[in-house]
Design a protein around this ligand. Structure first.
Ligand code: NAD
Length: 376
């Protein structure tokens, strides 16, 4: 019998209710596919508000120690109060465990009334760099001694035209950080038989950072994937590697979704593009994801804690359930993952869905979070 240990964090807000509705669906798929031969061994870890109440810490040491040795983890959403000197727990987890690739598949499910004309052509996977860029957290407040000193240096040394009252942030993007992210995207495209990888950047304006990302992506393809990856417009066989400027790309994914498959991009571009793509195929309630490093894969529904509907049995557990399917694919339990995809397809076809989807599927009946999980 194969048992895989999965450490899980319930999360804040709608976290506990989507777990309660979603986890049985994941376990049922494993049981249906493999009987008692395979099973997931779920180990609860505390984090977020519940952890703070019980231990006085949002990320207790026991949780961090367990994650340091883990290969598989799964989390519900965690709250980040805005502007209260409270560092995002999500960002902290990504940085401490060096979860440098945020991977989000975006695939259309039949029956969803999408805002785009040809949603059935949407089948993309976004690889977003997760540790660098303006998310590195290097920011200085307007008027602070640090900001003033930095501005003074930039004005004196480089003649930079910056107002002394500016708030300033740093956007670090490195060759190593870019290459390891693009490597994950190229490996995925090769393993899954995907047609192309598109490097999305804003290198026309930010030449050394975003432009660097583009150049290092191509460099990696040249150095390590010769004969397996071919640059757009050049002769040869293999996965096509191409690049697009981010603003044009936003337009292109809406108008010509069939031209894009795997997308590899910097942190901020990836943040925007993955949510915009999710909106075409059902929104955050159906958007799964994983944050991955070289050892730990940390699966998570991509939505937040949805405080206005928390505790009301209204949340959609679909994103968590589909993240479970990603986990099963990651460990090679494809049959169970397929069962989950089929269940979601059938659930949507039956038109008994949670409030967020009811608004996008005409003729549907609204059901609660728990009941939607039971239907699946
Ligand atoms: P949110 O995703 O919580 O909510 C955005 C909108 O989508 C709301 O209208 C909400 O009701 C709806 N929604 C989200 N998930 C849903 C679901 N499963 N079913 C039905 N409707 C759903 O984003 P927000 O309001 O910007 O953030 C709220 C809190 O969540 C903040 O503290 C934020 O920092 C945190 N957050 C955490 C994560 C994470 O843990 N990965 C991600 C995003 C936001």
């Amino acid at each position: 019998m194969a048992t895989k240990t999965v450490y899980y964090i319930e999360g804040d807000g709608i976290g506990p209710e989507v777990w309660k509705a979603g986890r049985p669906v994941i376990d049922a798929a494993v049981e249906k596919a493999y009987g008692t031969e395979n099973a997931l061994d779920w180990q609860l870890l505390l984090a977020g508000e519940r952890a703070f109440k019980e231990t006085g810490e949002h990320l207790p040491k026991a949780t961090m120690d367990a994650l340091a040795n883990a290969e598989l983890a799964f989390k519900g959403p965690l709250n980040t109060p805005v502007g209260k000197g409270f560092r995002s727990l999500n960002v902290t987890l990504r940085q401490v465990f060096d979860l440098y690739a945020c991977i989000r598949p975006i695939k259309y499910f039949k029956g969803i009334e999408s805002p785009v004309k040809r949603p059935d052509l949407v089948d993309m996977t976004v690889f977003r760099e997760n540790t660098e860029d303006v998310y590195a957290g290097i920011e200085y407040q307007s008027g602070s001694p640090e900001a003033k000193k930095l501005i003074e240096f930039l004005v004196d040394e480089f003649g930079a035209k910056i107002d002394a009252t500016a708030g300033v942030g740093i956007k670090p993007i490195t060759p190593a950080g870019s290459k390891r992210l693009v490597k994950k995207a190229l490996d995925f495209a090769l393993e899954q038989g995907k047609p192309s990888v598109t490097l999305v950047h804003k290198g026309n304006i930010m030449k050394t950072t975003e432009g660097g990302f583009r150049a290092w992506g191509y460099e990696l393809a040249e150095e390590e994937y010769k004969g397996r990856v071919v640059r757009e417009g050049e002769d040869g066989e293999g996965v096509i590697i191409k690049d697009r400027i981010a603003d044009a790309m936003f337009q292109n994914v809406l108008m010509y979704p069939e031209q894009y498959s795997v997308i590899a991009t910097t942190n901020l571009n990836g943040d925007y593009i993955s949510d915009a793509l999710a909106a075409q195929v059902g929104g955050l309630g159906l958007a799964p994801g994983v944050n991955m490093g070289d050892k730990l894969a940390f699966f998570e529904p991509t939505h937040g804690t949805a405080p206005t509907i928390a505790g009301k049995d209204m949340a959609n557990p679909g994103s968590l359930i589909l993240s479970g399917a990603m986990l099963l694919e990651h460990i090679g339990w494809h049959e169970a993952a397929n069962l989950i995809h089929k269940a979601v397809e059938k659930g949507l076809a039956d038109k008994k869905v949670t409030v967020d989807l009811a608004a996008q599927i005409s003729g549907s009946t609204q059901v609660g979070c728990r009941e939607f999980g039971e239907i699946l």
